[in-house]
Design a protein around this ligand. Structure first.
Ligand SMILES: [Zn+2]
Length: 767
């Protein structure tokens, strides 16, 4: 993100960090790359914006006996860049399971007591990776001539005999195979899960084919290694994939199945047709059919054909354990199949919620971003949470009797919204997660939060509300990192890239911009960058440019910094105007000897005595202007400075409040006043109140009524980490022991770091 020159520029920019008048309100300036003809200063794609394209034609066989994938692909790569390319980079993601890959040897660890078996293995994961990794059996050009290539762990460079000129395309072919990982044994974002009770596998075949790396105007080739952490950067293209599986498997995949009628029974195909006009999900493969299929294993095969246009990836799931239900929905006139595939182990929960949650997710995201552009969206119960175009893998197994806990229910709904939501970020708004986790995880978690809150007004969202991020923001500085930290260098991915980034967007929406301005700007970003490759600068610039709100102070503090918000109400002083109308504002009582002599000199007749029309408000009230100027601007502007008005001011209460910025990050002042008569008022002072002094400010507020209490941030919307210094008079805060007692009535455990929720008690699903 930051070029080396920016480090120098930045140090000049931060010229006086100790000053009261620091740099928190400066433009993002050197922190962002210079706008150019590819990316404009307004955050939109520029007039010469370009991106590459890769089409894939793939034949793949899933060998259930050996747990192997055998693939052959033909890639057509279009060089739409202005550059000639001497070589191409591809991703061989399955090489993360190659024992020699750095990600199996670069983990830090220490010997501790109480080691479990798996912890011992984690010292040297390469030991359990023998036999894994991608085997390339053929790489040729379209004519069958072998191409030379070099493998760099999870990346591969193919050298071109003739450079690929701008505007040209190249066709090449790759044959490969690999041993599929058992997820329970060696982990992985894909792989298979074995069900010992019936002996069947559920396959998640993901990042499984040699995939084109992204070549862009801002990075060149993106070939940072895949370590299993920071996810993917991918090029858009069209896919045609023929998937050969055991004949009794049901396959869920990216895209549309073009030979579905041959893949399922006529009765099932009738159900599929019926689902196009049903308001409720229809089971195409029923629970009974799935249970029957589990009992035997076919040795025959069949070949499913899927096609997908303008997607950045392709994944599939395959198993004979799947129940499959479908419902067609309509979003802004577009017909979309919402679908779910799940084993019997998840049936009661998934049958009730999954497809309806898929539908709700597509509708809500479409409202806040762009209308969902693909023909279908699928959620598969695969005991994890991972996203691909039109295909999301989620979790949510029930107890054996079909009941499920509250934690499982909300975990399942939350993860389904999240992973299906990833269709928008990064599958459509195609950011680079290898570089910036938060660009899709943060934006997607923010939209997940909106979607949860629109599902149920009392939905227990864990990431989004400002007050839930304070636990993380309160950590010591050496445990915090900026959101703008590169991919795999982020230590606290959940708290940082997901929670803090999504919370930042929520604060922009609810507190800094307001919903109308934010929603317009956020939608602009999605519309501008749908089916393109945005960078952080494009997001920040669009949000500012479209909203008309200067948010650089917030972006600088929240995304580039680690300072928390901690605004303290230091003091409250109460003033009233003195009763005496001539002395009321008279601040200067000292009179010179000359003034006294003039007063008794009978030869002097003062003009203001001779002509009393020369007397005004100030004649009677010296110093009034200074006093009023300190007051509330709005009230001052309406005041006409006459005698009658002074009588009005006499009844007012003037409160001088002093605030300190103890945390570092500036925020608007949100003040709740409680009056003597019991009524309350919330007043908002813009963040720019801190512009001339970022450390301490005082401000006078004029009130008709007497104030009995003042509280800062009453809705906990600024992520202020310290509630002890926000009240006047000082309120006793419950100690930790009291707090524990107060919550023991069954409140939900909220966690900043993840979706983990306390299991309360198994709950019978209501039907
Ligand atoms: Zn995610």
């Amino acid at each position: 993100m930051m070029a080396s020159i920016s480090a120098i520029a930045q140090s000049q920019f931060y010229n006086n960090p100790q000053s009261n008048h620091g740099n928190r309100f400066e433009d993002l300036g050197f922190l962002l790359p210079t706008p150019n003809e590819y990316r404009t200063a307004s955050g939109a794609p520029g007039p010469k914006y370009w991106q590459q394209k890769a089409n894939y034609d793939i034949d793949v066989t899933l060998d259930e006996q050996k747990n192997y994938i055998y693939g052959k692909e033909t890639v057509t790569y279009f060089n739409q860049s202005p550059d000639k390319l001497d070589y191409l980079w591809l991703q061989l993601d399955e090489n993360i399971h190659n024992p020699k890959s750095d990600n199996n040897t670069d983990k830090t660890n220490k010997i501790t007591d109480h080691l479990t078996n798996s912890q011992i293995l984690s010292f040297d994961p390469s030991q359990k990776m023998e036999g894994y990794g991608v085997n390339l059996t053929k790489i040729t050009d379209a004519a069958g001539k072998t191409l030379s290539y070099t493998i760099v762990q999870t990346m591969m460079r193919i050298d071109l005999a003739t450079p690929l000129a701008p505007g040209q395309q190249i066709i090449f072919k790759i044959d490969w195979n690999y041993k599929i990982n058992n997820k329970a044994e060696i982990g992985g974002r894909g792989g298979y899960e074995n069900f010992p009770e019936d002996g069947n596998n559920l396959y998640s075949i993901t990042q499984w084919y040699p995939r084109m790396a992204v070549y862009s105007d801002f990075k060149g080739w993106q070939h940072e290694q895949f370590t299993g952490g920071a996810e993917f950067a991918l090029t858009f293209g069209d896919f045609k994939v023929k998937i050969t599986t055991p004949a009794d498997h049901v396959v869920a995949a990216t895209g549309e199945c073009t030979n579905l009628k041959q893949m399922i029974t006529p009765a099932q195909y009738d159900c599929w047709t019926q689902a196009h006009s049903s308001a409720e999900p229809v089971e195409v493969v029923t629970l009974d059919e799935a249970k029957t299929a589990e009992a035997t294993k076919s040795t025959a095969t069949k070949t499913w054909v899927f096609e997908a246009k303008n997607v950045r990836d392709f994944a599939f799931n395959s198993s004979r354990k799947f129940v499959w239900d479908v419902m067609q929905i309509d979003i802004n006139g577009k017909k979309i199949m919402a679908q779910s595939y799940y084993p019997k182990e998840a049936y009661t929960l998934w049958r009730k919620y999954s497809t309806k949650i898929v539908a709700h997710t597509l509708r809500t995201y479409s409202k806040h971003t762009i209308t969902y552009p693909y023909p279908q969206a699928t959620s598969v119960e695969a005991a994890n949470g991972m996203e691909y175009p039109m295909l999301a893998m989620n979790y949510g197994r029930t107890e054996k009797d079909g009941t499920y806990s509250e934690a499982t229910k909300y975990g399942m709904i939350g993860v389904t919204i999240h992973e299906v939501g990833h269709n928008f970020f990064p599958m459509i708004v195609n950011s680079d997660e290898r570089q910036w986790w938060w660009m899709d995880e943060g934006l997607n978690t923010f939209c997940q939060f909106l979607t949860e809150q629109e599902f149920d007004n009392n939905y227990p969202s864990t990431r989004g509300p400002a007050h839930l991020i304070t636990k993380y923001m309160r950590l010591p500085k050496d445990q915090l990192e900026p959101i703008m930290t590169k991919g795999d260098a982020v230590a606290s991915v959940g708290s940082n890239a997901y929670a803090k980034a999504s919370t930042g967007l929520n604060i922009l929406r609810e507190t800094v911009m307001g919903r109308d301005l934010f929603d317009f700007a956020f939608k602009q970003y999605a519309e501008r960058w749908a089916f393109k490759h945005p960078t952080p600068a494009d997001l920040f610039r669009t949000l500012r440019d479209a909203s008309g709100v200067d948010i650089d102070w917030f972006i600088r503090g929240w995304f580039f910094g680690t300072d928390p918000v901690d605004i303290s109400l230091d003091s409250v002083k109460w003033f009233r105007l003195a009763d005496n109308n001539t002395a009321g504002f008279q601040q200067q009582t000292f009179r010179t000897l000359g003034q006294e002599r003039n007063k008794v000199d009978s030869s002097i007749q003062f003009d203001t005595d001779k002509d009393t029309t020369l007397r005004d408000f100030y004649y009677y009230n010296r110093g009034a202007d200074a006093m009023l100027r300190a007051g509330d601007q709005a009230i001052k502007d309406t005041a006409s400075l006459d005698r009658q008005n002074f009588d009005t001011w006499k009844t007012k209460n003037f409160y001088e409040l002093t605030f300190s910025n103890d945390g570092g990050l500036v925020m608007p002042l949100i003040i709740e006043w409680t009056y003597k008569d019991g009524s309350k008022e919330v007043q908002r002072v813009p963040v720019t109140v801190w512009r001339l002094n970022e450390k301490q400010v005082s401000k006078v507020f004029i009130k008709d009524k007497e104030v009995t209490a003042i509280r800062l941030d009453p809705f906990k919307e600024t992520a202020d980490i310290n509630e002890d210094n926000q009240n006047w008079p000082q309120m006793p805060m419950p100690s930790k022991f009291q707090l524990f007692k107060a919550q023991s009535g069954g409140a939900r455990g909220q966690s900043t770091g993840g979706n983990a929720m306390q299991k309360i008690s198994p709950q019978k699903p209501t039907q």
